[in-house]
Design a protein around this ligand. Structure first.
Ligand SMILES: [Zn+2]
Length: 140
């Protein structure tokens, strides 16, 4: 029995596909996300990295399958209050607009990835959670 190099599942039948210029031995399900392997394509893919390939890899997202937690508004508010900071004070520390922080805390606006990471750092919270629970440490 062998393992799919992308999802780590045991698989009877494996296919060689190219994902982002690298050849993987994967299960049939995962083979849909890559291009069929052909030696000439590897070199080409490495050089060019067509957008389609990059997008598909993102869709698989095995390495960083994280999403903004739906709870972000509450987490931000609670962390800020725990630190005893007003929106303005936190905004000043972060060099960001207090108005934005207010919107995040009411859930009216979603922080983009950069802002969310900043919030994580300043507030010591985790806003990004694994998209599929605990599937992080599969075998390679
Ligand atoms: Zn697989």
């Amino acid at each position: 029995m062998s393992y799919c190099e992308l999802c780590g599942r045991q698989t009877m039948e494996k296919k060689m596909v190219i994902v982002d210029g690298t050849v993987f031995n994967v299960c049939i399900a995962c083979s849909k996300h890559g291009k069929p392997y052909a030696p000439a394509q590897v070199a080409a893919a490495k050089k060019k990295k067509p957008m389609a390939v990059i997008r598909q890899q993102k869709k698989i997202g095995l390495a960083d399958a994280t999403v903004l937690t739906p709870d972000f508004a509450r987490l931000i508010r609670e962390a800020r209050m725990k630190m005893g900071l007003t929106h303005e004070q936190l905004g000043m520390k972060m060099n960001e607009k207090a108005q934005l922080l207010r919107k995040f805390e009411t859930g009216a606006l979603k922080p983009d990835e950069l802002f969310a990471k900043k919030l994580e750092r300043y507030l010591g919270i985790k806003l990004y959670v694994s998209a599929e629970g605990s599937g992080d440490d599969n075998e390679e």
